[in-house]
Design a protein around this ligand. Structure first.
Ligand code: PEP
Ligand code: MG
Length: 324
């Protein structure tokens, strides 16, 4: 079993009917990055930068961040590295140099791009580090917790300003670095057509999207059954986001835990997903699941999936696909 999986390291993530699906890795540590590379990941689809800010009393310097981002880029040897800007809020700021005030509802508070835009000095220093790393290989910038157009306009303006200043200082900064948005706030998912012109790609954060859509805390064990992507609203919204992105020629990935669970692979393929970003430890299992599927048949079965009315109905669809 393990050996069989191991053999898939050099195989393409291609469906039975010959469609190539891109598998990116969610990776932060040097080990993750090395594994992603060894398993033939298309790149890093989600590099969470929070670890640089947590469990310490001072903010990381631009230089420290630059070294981390540059090493990521170099580790991927020419494959794309998607660096997500800081996604910290009062829920995980413990011990960080950010000195965030207490919030009663941190999941609904000043986190992600909201924090970045309110703490310009922190955001600017991170963007400087990221843009400097772009001189060493292909990168993309991903903004977390985007809810509205104004945030994207402000972030784009700041990226432009920082790039201009860096070039003036003599740093090499790549041209046309793609800027993307995490789609994890329901408002951004529903009104995606209103913001899609401002992003080059989207990455669907199902961990938070499910949390906010179902009003179910992702960390509350008592609600683990409710915090599930197997809800008709989640599937319909995923389908809508994927379809909107495709219509506008923007690549769309799912980077939440859901993408790394091979049980859900046929479902995501049926909804039109062509890019996954997942922990490297799950990559080969998902690749195997992709290689077992005929995409045309899944697309034909998609309407039935979208008609399911409850979790049991969605599970019956999955079971029928597995048996086919
Ligand atoms: C998500 O919300 O699905 C996601 C990938 O981001 P994080 O888990 O870091 O919030
Ligand atoms: Mg998230």
């Amino acid at each position: 079993e393990r050996r069989q999986l191991h053999r898939l390291r050099r195989e393409p993530s291609r469906t039975v009917d010959g469609v190539d699906i891109r598998l990116y890795a969610n990776a932060e540590t040097r080990e993750d990055v090395a594994e992603a590379h060894a398993l033939g990941a298309a790149g890093v689809g989600l590099y969470r930068t929070e670890f640089l800010f947590l469990q310490r009393d001072e903010l990381p310097s631009e230089e420290e961040q630059f070294v981390a981002y540059r090493d990521l880029v170099l580790g991927m040897t020419g494959r794309i590295a998607t660096i997500r800007t800081l996604d910290i809020g009062a829920d995980k700021a413990d011990g960080s140099g950010l000195a965030l005030p207490y919030e009663p509802n941190p999941a609904l508070g000043v986190r992600g791009v909201r924090l970045a835009l309110r703490r310009r000095e922190v955001f600017t220093s991170q963007l400087r580090a990221i843009l400097r790393a772009s001189g060493y290989g292909p990168i993309r910038i991903l903004l977390p917790m985007v809810a509205r157009r104004e945030e994207l306009l402000a972030a784009r303006r700041l990226v432009r300003t920082v790039a201009t200043r860096l070039r003036r200082e003599g740093h090499a900064v790549a041209d046309g670095i793609p800027l993307g948005a995490m789609i994890e706030v329901p408002a951004a998912a529903i009104a995606l057509p209103a913001i899609i012109d401002l992003v080059d790609f989207v990455s669907i954060g199902t961990n938070d999207l499910v949390q906010y859509l179902l009003a179910a805390d992702r960390g509350n064990d008592a609600l683990a059954d409710l915090h599930s992507p197997l809800h008709p609203a989640v599937l319909q919204l995923l389908h809508q986001v994927i379809t909107t992105a495709r219509t506008h020629g923007r690549p769309a990935a799912v980077c939440g835990e859901m993408a790394g669970d091979a049980l859900f692979t046929p479902l995501l393929l049926a909804l039109g997903l062509e890019e996954f970003s997942l922990h490297p430890g799950n990559l080969l299992e998902v690749r195997r699941a992709i290689r077992a599927q005929e995409l045309a048949a899944l697309r034909t079965a998609a309407p039935a999936l979208l008609r399911a009315r409850d979790q049991a109905g969605i599970e019956r669809w999955l079971a029928a696909v597995a048996a086919a």
